[in-house]
Design a protein around this ligand. Structure first.
Ligand code: HEM
Length: 525
């Protein structure tokens, strides 16, 4: 399947190159190529005279496209990090004739891009295939931050997932599901010596939490079957991103048509299932807040002056499920894999749980502040295995922006490589490739170092587009991990030794383990 898609992409890319090359040469000679930096005269800005970031020399028509759909296709976070070894912490790649991507791979330049010059990069690079069924124009993830709808949706998300009131509403839902997970794993059916697929067990729990926070229902199985085909299509590159001229052909024959069909089913599920049911139940009751969930808030906005349309609510629910579920699931899975790979760290985290929780059967959210080593494990996991390894942004500042001493013009896509930043030797001088949760444990004397750690630890991005689920994640992931570990001993299946585990990764909509983690739960008395 993968090969077939790659072949089609290559053929379309080559066709596009020929068509676009001819057009470029004979019909559009006056068109300015985005990759050329402004030379100074026309721009008032001081940095317009700076050079563009360096990068590999590309084909005159295809640019670096063959490289991008070739060596960079499978694990782009690793390929781009390697490329930065040659070209430095900021480099540029040209895709076809019109699209330039600038890649940032160091903590210092990422800080400049995401924090200091946040406003200049406050939009997303929007791939063609998320434009299907107006997803891109109603989604908080893809709207530019200047858009009013983006602002309103950020407020709703902040209230639900960051405010202390929102987190208080989530707490009992999360604790109940975390306890349910622990009970399931300790039940005779599960602890009978058979290996558990950690990802599946955790994902079901996380989807249940998120669907109850959003609309007080459990829709785990239905949602899983509807979302998988959408994510599969989204993770494939679209030739239109490099050659917009080919868009009509691709939309007719390519993945855009398939995405529209899958997305339509998902929308129907949310709109005609969840929303319609809620409206019918509350008709004649002045749409009162009965459920204390986010759908109540969204529907109150649907009826208020700052009207949210049904499509906008549907897209919001889709966004939340996608953004919240697989990211947290892979993080718990990576943490478990790391602990099984480093038995001495596993021993430490379990000792902390045993000391702090004693005979207490299940973990509560209020226990988390007694578990600093557990938090160190979660942070170290996110540093080495960020669930979203590449952040896509776009320069919106009229005069472009200077980054790392180079000029990056308006309209350029900027990809911040969080995976590379987590391994940046300048930011993490002490054995950056190694899993050392202790690096996050510091006493009061190391305050300054802690501040620096905060700036270098960026698995949730930064600036106005920072992940709005950060606070929730830093509660839910440690709680779920603690629930997996407390009173359960985990053993690798089939006599597998820790050193033989495969800790390779696979890039997709999130950064997954290449080999899904299986382990056997053994109950401790
Ligand atoms: C391990 C868990 C998670 C990780 C590692 C993660 C990481 C990220 C990253 C790196 C970004 C891009 C930030 C930027 O551009 O600076 C992002 C954006 C986003 N995340 Fe998360 N996330 C996680 C969980 C969640 C959860 C639980 C939610 C929902 C409650 C969520 C909702 C979002 C949304 C809506 C955006 C887009 C924000 C915007 O563009 O304005 N994420 N996330």
């Amino acid at each position: 399947m993968e090969f077939r898609v790659l072949d089609v992409s290559c053929v379309l890319a080559l066709m596009a190159a020929i068509v676009a090359g001819v057009l470029h040469r004979y019909m559009l000679p006056q068109r300015r190529r985005v990759s050329t930096s402004c030379t100074g005269g026309a721009c008032a800005c001081a940095w317009s005279a700076l050079p563009p970031p360096p990068g590999p020399v590309g084909n005159p028509v295809l640019g670096n496209l063959l490289y991008v759909i070739g060596p960079l296709r499978h694990n782009p976070h690793r390929g781009l990090a390697k490329l930065s070894g040659t070209y430095g912490p900021i480099l540029s790649l040209r895709l076809g004739l019109t699209r330039t991507l600038v890649v940032v791979s160091s903590s210092a330049v990422a800080h400049e891009a995401l924090v200091k010059k946040d406003a200049a990069l406050a939009a997303r690079l929007v791939p063609d295939n998320v434009q299907a069924l107006s997803y891109g124009t109603t989604s908080m993830v893809f709207l530019p931050s200047s858009d009013q709808l983006w602002k309103r949706l950020r407020v709703v998300t902040g209230a639900g997932f960051s405010s202390s009131r929102g987190l208080d509403v989530i707490r009992p839902i999360l604790e109940r599901r975390a306890r349910g997970l622990a009970e399931h794993l300790r039940s005779p059916s599960c602890s009978g010596g058979r290996p558990v697929n950690i990802r599946d067990a955790v994902n079901t729990t996380i989807l249940s939490v998120i669907s109850n926070v959003l609309f007080s229902e459990d829709v785990v199985a239905d949602f899983k079957s509807l979302i998988v085909p959408v994510l599969e299509e989204w993770s494939k590159p679209s030739v239109c991103d490099a050659f917009p001229l080919l868009a009509p052909l691709e939309h007719l024959l390519g993945s855009r048509r398939r995405i529209s069909a899958h997305l339509a089913k998902l929308y129907k599920f949310f709109d005609q299932g969840i929303i319609e049911r809620r409206l019918a139940a509350s008709s004649g009751e002045d749409h009162a807040h009965h459920h204390n969930d986010l759908l109540d808030v969204l529907l109150s906005k649907h009826y208020s002056m700052s009207k949210l349309t049904r499509q906008e609510i549907t897209t919001f629910l889709t966004d939340m499920f996608i953004a919240a579920s697989d990211t947290s699931t892979v993080t718990v899975q990576w943490a478990m894999a790391r602990l099984l790979f480093h038995p001495e760290k596993m021993k430490k985290v379990k000792a902390e749980l045993a000391t702090q929780l004693g005979s207490q059967n299940f973990v509560a959210e209020s226990d988390l502040n007694k578990l600093p080593y557990l938090h160190g494990v979660v942070k170290e996991t996110l540093r080495l295995h960020p669930a979203v390894p590449l952040i896509p942004r776009e320069v919106v500042a009229e005069d472009g922006v200077s980054l790392g001493g180079f000029h990056v013009p308006k309209g350029t896509g900027v990809v911040v490589n969080l995976w590379a930043i987590g391994r940046d030797k300048a930011a993490w001088p002490d054995r950056p490739e190694e899993f050392i949760p202790e690096r996050f444990l510091a006493d009061g004397a190391q305050k300054q170092q802690q501040q620096q750690l905060k700036e270098d630890f960026r698995p949730f991005g930064a600036g106005r587009r920072v992940c709005p689920g950060t606070d929730y994640t830093m509660r839910s992931v440690p709680l779920l991990l603690a629930s997996l570990l407390h009173k359960i001993q985990w053993v690798l299946p089939d006599g597998l030794k820790p050193e033989d585990m495969d800790l390779g990764d696979r890039y997709g909509t999130v950064l997954n383990l290449a080999t899904p983690l299986h382990a056997v739960p053994v109950i401790m008395c």
